[in-house]
Design a protein around this ligand. Structure first.
Ligand code: GLY
Length: 360
């Protein structure tokens, strides 16, 4: 088992990564025998993994209840949040309870937000089951729900007490969800790490076959990069915003298409090519680097074109609602080379529109 630490003073926490680790003793840190906990998952995952996780929690002496939600991004709403809170109250969970998120980004964000607000804040543990949540969403304490007008518009920063990444969960992941996670993996490489990008170019085919040496290395690499960023800038005052590469365009696609119709990573893949094109048109990113980005994304089978029924102009109102907007200016994360990105504001709207049109 590999361990990484997110260093945040008293709120520091471990990320454990390995195969079959949910069965290990003391893995559900900080839970101890006799503690109360609430497992939160969705119907699909309940069928696949819930019993195994419940068995190991109960074997460790944890008194655990459960909430099972519907599956999908369209259920990341205030309504589901209320279902969780009502269940906690009905089952008399006190302030020393621990919520356990068993699922992907939706379950993790919902559970984390419920933990942030239940009785003004309780502990929570992330057990991410998708590649996307293992490499990104489960680490860093961004929690929240969507609003019809924008993704993740209601939420808070609330760090988990531990993250348990069992790579075995990926064996049950549908291919489109696997590559959706790969989009976030490629994101890290483009913005932070040229060597990792080269590694991905060499290994992408075997990685997608869930090679049992390559995949753990890849997840660990992404978690290390993310842990470092969170330790430097927990509240996204500067560096952390770089993790939003591709997300300004991508969130527009998700909101416009109706949540759940595009997987997050699919929308981010299109967002990354649009942002790379913007950067190339601005003269920041070399054509050769832009083409390498495009080619790596294409190799995975991720989409590189936006929805056919979405005009370039219709991206802008959504992009204006992005959380990075300051004083009415869209701020975009643009790669300036492979392994390096910067935040730019004041980019000519025509260049943004042209880069969107190019991938329509
Ligand atoms: N997923 C972007 C972040 O955690 O900041």
């Amino acid at each position: 088992m590999e361990k990484i630490k997110v260093v945040l003073g008293k709120r520091s926490y471990p990320i454990s990564i390995g195969s079959g680790i949910i069965q290990e003793d003391n893995i559900f840190f900080p839970l101890k025998p006799g503690n109360q906990a609430m497992l939160i998952t969705n119907k699909t995952l309940a069928n696949l993994f819930k019993d195994k996780v419940l068995f190991h929690l109960r074997k460790s002496g944890i008194k655990v209840d459960q909430v099972i939600l519907s599956d999908g991004e369209q259920f990341k709403t205030l309504n589901e949040l209320e279902v969780i809170i009502s269940s906690l109250l009905e089952k008399r969970h006190s302030r020393d309870t621990t919520l356990i998120a068993l699922g992907g980004g939706v379950i993790g964000d919902l559970t984390g937000f419920a933990a942030a607000i239940y009785q003004r804040g309780v502990k929570f543990i992330q057990i991410p089951t998708t590649l996307l949540s293992q490499v990104d969403a489960s680490v860093g304490g961004k929690t929240g729900v969507n609003h019809v007008l924008g993704k993740n518009m209601i939420g808070s920063f609330w760090q988990p007490s531990s993250v348990v990444i069992d790579i075995d969960f990926l064996k049950k992941l549908p291919y489109n969800e696997l590559i959706s996670g790969i989009a976030e993996v490629i994101k890290y490489a483009i913005i932070f790490d040229e060597k990792f990008f080269n590694w991905l170019e060499e290994n992408i085919e075997n990685l997608l076959l869930l090679n049992d040496t390559l995949m753990p290395y890849c997840i660990k690499k992404c978690c290390e990069l993310k842990a470092k960023i969170i330790s430097l800038d927990e509240r996204e005052n500067n560096f952390r915003a770089l993790l939003n590469f591709g997300h300004t365009y991508g969130h527009a696609i998700e909101a416009h298409s109706g949540y759940g119709n595009w997987l997050h990573g699919e929308a981010i893949s299109v967002g990354m090519v649009m942002a790379s094109r913007t950067s190339e048109m601005m003269g920041f990113l070399k054509k050769a680097d832009y083409e390498r980005i495009l080619s790596l994304l294409k190799k995975t089978g991720l989409p590189i074109k936006g929805p056919k029924n979405m005009s370039a102009a219709s991206y802008l109102p959504y992009m204006m609602r992005d959380k990075k907007v300051i004083s009415g200016e869209i701020r975009l994360v643009l790669p300036i080379s492979i392994g390096k990105a910067k935040i730019y504001s004041g980019i000519d709207k025509n260049i943004i529109l042209n880069s969107i049109k190019y991938f329509q």
